[in-house]
Each structure stands twice: as C-alpha cells, then as structure tokens.
Design a protein around this ligand. Structure first.
Ligand code: FE2
Ligand code: FE2
Length: 165
C-alpha cells in the first residue's frame, strides 16, 4: 500500500474505472460473444477489491472526515449522499455477482437483456460516483485529515485486506 492512504484510494478509483470498462465490455458482448475470463475477473473484483474499498470509505475515511469538518461546511448532505450511494452499489453488486455466476454456469439461466441493462446502469452510476469522490471527497480529506488520521486510516485499510488463514 502507498504511504498515503488517500493516494491509495485514488489508485483504487482508477482501477475501478478500468473494471467499469470491463463490465461495459461484458454488457456489449451479451449474449453471444462473452469473454468468460473477463466474467471471472469481474467477479473476483466485485468480491475482493470493491468490497474492501467500500469498507475503507464507510468504516475509515468517512467517520474520520466527519470528525474534522466544521459545522459551517454543511456537509451532512454530502455524507448522506455518499452513504446512500454505497448502499446502492452494495445492492447492485449482489445482483451482478449472482448473474455473473449464473453466466459462468449456464447462460440460459440469464435474461441477458435485463442483465445488460443492470450492468449499464451500474457502471454508469459508478463512474459518476468515483468522479464525484475524486472531485469533492478526496480533496476535502487532503485538506482536513491530520497525520494521525491518515495513520489510522492506513491501519484500517490494511485490516480490510488481511486474509485470515
Ligand atoms: Fe465511494
Ligand atoms: Fe470510492
């Protein structure tokens, strides 16, 4: 992990944009030109890095940032919006994971039109979510978090990536 956990989050966002491109490629390939390696890759991404990233923000970055903003910043709405979007992302990824798994087992089980629509609404919303966090949340965190906050955030993020044996 990079020394600055906020830079690590920015790197995560760049990776997530690449995975959004992969999900778009899957949506474009339905129903007959599917790259099953890409399906497996997307599944692994949704189950691992994306899940860890949401926890980094929900359990690490946002609580730390809430402690540092000033009442006159009027950021309650911003935090609420990010948290709501995270809930939507979590809900959508559960459905997408089920459909990707079904695709790997037997494509006949999948309504490819509906799945294509689900994928498109997800990656379009997710790209907007990332752009907005990069534009507003990260610069705010860079201005407000102390070195102690950053150290704490880094420890929290490392924990989210530990794999119990
Ligand atoms: Fe987020
Ligand atoms: Fe994020």
């Amino acid at each position: 992990m990079t020394d600055d956990p906020l830079d690590f989050i920015l790197e995560d966002h760049a990776q997530q944009n690449d995975w959004c491109d992969s999900l778009e490629a899957i949506a474009d390939s339905l129903p007959v030109n599917i790259d099953y390696d890409l399906v497996e890759g997307c599944l692994a991404f949704l189950e691992g890095p994306l899940e860890a990233h949401l926890k980094d923000e929900d359990n690490g970055l946002l609580p730390l940032l809430k402690k540092r903003v000033l009442p006159e910043d009027n950021l309650d709405l911003l935090f609420k919006e990010i948290e709501q979007e995270h809930q939507m992302i979590e809900g959508a990824t559960i459905e997408i994971k089920e459909q990707l798994e079904a695709l790997l087992k037997n494509i006949k089980e999948v309504d490819t039109n509906a799945f294509g629509y689900l994928l498109r609404s997800f990656f379009e919303a997710h790209r907007r979510h990332i752009a907005w966090e990069n534009l507003v949340m990260i610069p705010l965190a860079k201005r407000r978090l102390t070195q102690d906050d950053l150290d704490e955030l880094k420890q929290i993020m490392l924990k989210h990536r530990e794999h119990p044996i």
